[in-house]
Design a protein around this ligand. Structure first.
Ligand SMILES: [Zn+2]
Ligand SMILES: [Zn+2]
Length: 369
């Protein structure tokens, strides 16, 4: 489906592992199954649908996206889903999840403490909309526009029959010829819609978790500090929040780096979780969503302090982040300085695992020009 430059698919753990750069894994796991993590996620979403946590239309939409996405992938079915590998792969993924959760735990404890004190104020400044619907809606509109533009350009180039122009465009869009190009952008549209549902849920999941905890605290400990009053504690908590925000962001970047690099180092996790994202060697903007729900779940939940803000601010910040980093980092046609670091990860593979250069410099994986 895509151009595959010659490169080593995974690196040996011993060869590239300085202390702290990757999560340690016990066991090697079985290889294969590009969509294994999607398959397990579909099961989880189905269960959540049965219990009424996820609405039926969302379950239906994500199922359609998964089925169509898998059908658009020309690889044989046995390469797409390998059921006998699922058990050991979930075992390895759980190890990454637990270690990332342990890294994030102090921040969750701090964020929950702050939430207890600021909840009355937050309830007043949050606007009555679903952050999930707004963000997912934003991504869908953007992605439909992006898909349409690609299709229109393919059709125009096909009519013009300009070989040189074709080559340049398809190459820039990750693609070697017109049928491959069409199929790839359609594939990345459908597969990308799945992972993004997890990305857009992080605010709802975190604040929902905190509110559940708060209700438990209130029922155990009927203090006015944790109920409806805006007190001195509220303002102290806001001060702690402001002081901790930057450091939680740094910690989230480190969790991202470690998770991402671990997925590269372990072949079983690469095959079943992260490999799908590297189908876009010269990615298009649509490839920015082709990240496994497993991966999004860890990396999007690593910044709990960042979610202690009014929900309108959160949505606004996510949209700004999408335009300044997430989209440019996956748009080989529109090279921007900010996106260059991650684009080089797609091009050269075992370098630039971090969202920014800081972690790569620290752990020796920065690509030198
Ligand atoms: Zn990667
Ligand atoms: Zn990427």
């Amino acid at each position: 489906m895509v151009l595959s430059p010659s490169r080593k698919k995974t690196a040996s753990q011993d060869a590239i592992e300085p202390a702290g750069g990757v999560y340690r894994l016990w066991g090697k796991g079985a290889r294969g199954g590009i969509y294994n993590s999607h398959f397990v996620s579909a099961g989880v979403v189905g269960l959540l649908g049965v219990f009424g946590v996820v609405s039926w239309w969302m379950v239906a939409w994500l199922s359609v996206c998964l089925v169509v996405g898998i059908m658009l992938d020309p690889k044989p079915l046995r390469a797409k889903i390998k059921l006998k590998s699922v058990g050991s792969q979930v075992g390895l993924y759980s190890q990454v999840l637990v270690q990332a959760a342990l890294n994030a735990l102090p921040w969750y404890a701090l964020a929950f403490g702050i939430y207890l004190c600021v909840a009355p104020l937050l309830a007043r400044v949050n606007l009555g909309f679903s952050t999930f619907l707004l963000l997912y809606g934003f991504y869908m509109v953007d992605r439909v526009i992006c898909l349409t533009l690609h299709m229109v350009r393919f059709a125009r180039e096909e009519r013009q029959g300009d070989e040189a122009k074709k080559g340049d465009f398809y190459q820039g869009a990750n693609l070697k010829d017109l049928p491959t190009a069409r199929r790839h952008v359609l594939w990345s549209f459908f597969i990308g819609n799945i992972g993004l549902a997890v990305r857009c849920s992080s605010f709802f999941l975190t604040v929902g978790l905190f509110e559940l905890g708060r209700q438990t605290v209130i029922s155990q400990w009927d203090s006015p500090v944790f109920t409806t009053q805006v007190t001195t504690f509220t303002w102290v908590a806001i001060g702690v929040f402001a002081a901790g925000l930057f450091f939680n962001l740094k910690s989230a970047m480190l969790i991202y780096y470690r998770t991402h690099r671990t997925f590269h180092v372990n072949p079983a996790l690469y095959d079943s979780v992260h490999g799908v994202h590297h189908r876009g060697v010269y990615p298009t903007r649509l490839d920015s969503g082709t990240i496994s729900p497993f991966e999004f779940f860890i990396t999007e939940m690593a910044f709990p302090l960042g979610m202690l803000v009014p929900n309108w601010w959160w949505v606004g910040a996510q949209i700004v982040v999408a335009y300044t980093g997430h989209f440019p980092g996956h748009d080989a046609k529109k090279r921007s300085e900010m996106g260059e670091h991650h684009l080089d990860h797609h091009r050269y593979f075992n370098v630039n695992f971090g969202l920014t250069a800081a972690e790569d410099k620290k752990y020796g994986t920065m690509r030198s020009a």
